[in-house]
Ligand binder design. Structure first.
Ligand SMILES: Cc1ncc(COP(=O)(O)O)c(C=O)c1O
Length: 478
């Protein structure tokens, strides 16, 4: 058959179908041993029986499928009968996900070769029925369900559920007061500005991977004329020893607990105290980026018998987030002494953060805090079990190990496209959404995922989780 330039997939498939119907009609009209009339290209002595013609047809199809298999093997080194799916031909055809397809731990699943579009990803995510990480599905209905209909509204951040939330956060952290703000980005800049103005200094110390420095368009510098003093290497947690090398007067030391970009690492209690003591001795304020403080607390409870109040007490100001481990819509609180919070209110206005109504966010945050605020010990324990199991898999590495919080980085060996494709294959076939993508490509054959253990993770057995990761990893033995 000759393909014309105007030929498209639909016309080819339609033509194949028409030929199939015609062939069926012919086959049904004859006996298998009937001999055919040889055409001009037939070079055998004997005319062929219908049976021989049909077997020849079957051989031809098998040969082309074999070619496809060879292409597949050349491209990605996989073999076997999943070739069509592996080659990406059928992988994006919409199918209803099967809920309980058992993965095979030994055999890699078929993968998708081409990158899906954001729309396809969204569709795949929406079709999933189970979510491996964090709080699970985040959509309008699950988030709206976190706003009780009897919530009291605020006016410009005053009263109602906003005040209720602020009181609850202050109580939980043992601080005099707290202020709700719509983003940690706004909150941390504002509170550092206050610490700097009070000390008449502009420099702030933080780790090179600090959110302020890498994800906020340098707003601390552009809006507040603060100067960054990054301390220590990006790949290691901050230490009190590194602080001693800082030779200039600083307004504040920002400590992130746990350090997200290092897989949720935490300094040991004595080391943390040493960092705070250095700051105090040098006239600097201590500010905690506690976006995930809820996640950090169980470690200090377990290793140093210190409560979340003990941790917060080390700091002049503490920022905590409501939408990460807690899973609310968005927003955060800064907890501190009353005078700092009063001043922060002015900065909330200046930053444009005093919206007429903040109650939907605050109500959602309060629900999430009540629902999950006391569950991080369980998540941490489960994270430890998961980490122990996953690190036994060939081609998987866990950072940090042992884990120090309910979060970890899982390093998966394999080319980025293949690993992602396998993950999406799990989504399509099993209806399980693992992560939102490669967190960081660490090299041509190593991908790093941030794995937050939360409510959704607790629905999986350790064995299931282990099998899922075995399906993602690409090792030389496969
Ligand atoms: C460690 C850390 N600090 C601060 C922020 C800023 O929070 P927000 O998104 O509320 O501005 C984030 C957000 O991801 C974060 O991970």
């Amino acid at each position: 058959m000759v393909m014309e330039p105007a030929e498209i997939l639909e016309s080819l498939v339609a033509s194949l179908r028409t030929r199939g119907v015609t062939t069926g009609v012919i086959v049904r009209r004859h006996q298998l041993d009937e001999l055919g009339q040889p055409g001009p290209r037939w070079d055998d002595d004997q005319p062929a029986s219908l049976e021989r013609v049909l077997i020849h047809l079957l051989q031809e199809y098998a040969r082309y499928l074999g070619h496809l298999d060879i292409y597949t093997e050349l491209v990605e080194g996989d073999v076997g009968d999943d070739s069509f799916a592996t080659f990406g031909i059928v992988t994006f055809v919409a199918t209803t996900p099967k809920k309980t397809t058992k993965p095979s731990p030994t055999r890699p699943r078929p993968t998708i070769r081409s990158r899906p579009t954001p729309e396809e990803l969204r569709e795949m995510n929406q079709r999933c029925t189970r979510f491996l990480a964090g709080v699970g599905r985040r959509d309008v209905s699950t988030l709206l369900a976190t706003i009780p209909s009897d919530s009291q509204i605020d006016v410009y951040g005053n009263g109602g559920v906003v005040e209720q939330l602020e009181n609850e956060v202050a109580r939980r952290l043992g601080k005099e007061a707290a202020l709700f703000m719509i983003s940690g980005t706004m909150a941390q800049q504002a509170v550092l500005r206050i610490h700097a103005d009070r000390r008449n200094r502009r420099s702030v110390i933080f780790h090179p991977k600090c959110h302020l420095d890498v994800r906020e368009e340098r707003a601390y510098e552009r809006l507040h004329q603060l100067v960054a003093v990054t301390c220590g290497p990006a790949t290691m947690p901050l230490t009190s020893e590194q602080l001693t090398s800082v030779g200039e007067p600083v307004a504040a030391v920002l400590i992130e607990l746990p350090q997200r970009d290092l897989g949720g690492t935490l300094p040991e209690w004595d080391e943390l105290v040493a960092q705070v003591v250095w700051a105090r001795d040098n006239g600097a304020a201590t500010h905690m980026d506690g976006a995930r403080l809820w996640e950090a607390a169980p470690y200090y409870e377990a290793t140093a018998s210190k409560s979340i109040v003990d941790i917060a007490e080390l700091f002049d100001s503490v920022y905590v987030s409501f939408y990460k481990g807690l899973g609310a819509i968005a927003g955060c609180c800064v907890a501190s002494d009353r005078a700092t919070i009063e001043e922060l209110k002015l900065w909330r206005v200046r930053h444009g953060g005093r919206a007429y109504g903040l109650w939907p966010y605050a109500a959602s945050a309060l629900t999430a805090l009540q629902l999950r605020g006391n569950r991080f010990g369980e998540y941490y324990q489960r994270a430890q079990q998961i980490a122990r199991t996953l690190r036994r898999i060939d081609g998987i590495e866990i950072l940090p190990y042992p884990v120090q919080s309910p979060m970890m980085h899982v390093r998966v060996s394999g080319p980025c496209d293949t690993v992602i494709a396998r993950m999406l294959d799990i989504a399509r076939k099993d209806g399980i959404w693992m992560f939102s993508g490669a967190y960081e490509v660490e090299g041509p054959t190593l991908q790093r995922f941030e794995f937050n253990v939360g409510d959704a993770t607790m629905e999986f057995t350790i064995k299931e989780i282990s099998e899922l990761f075995q399906r993602m990893v690409v090792t030389s033995r496969r």
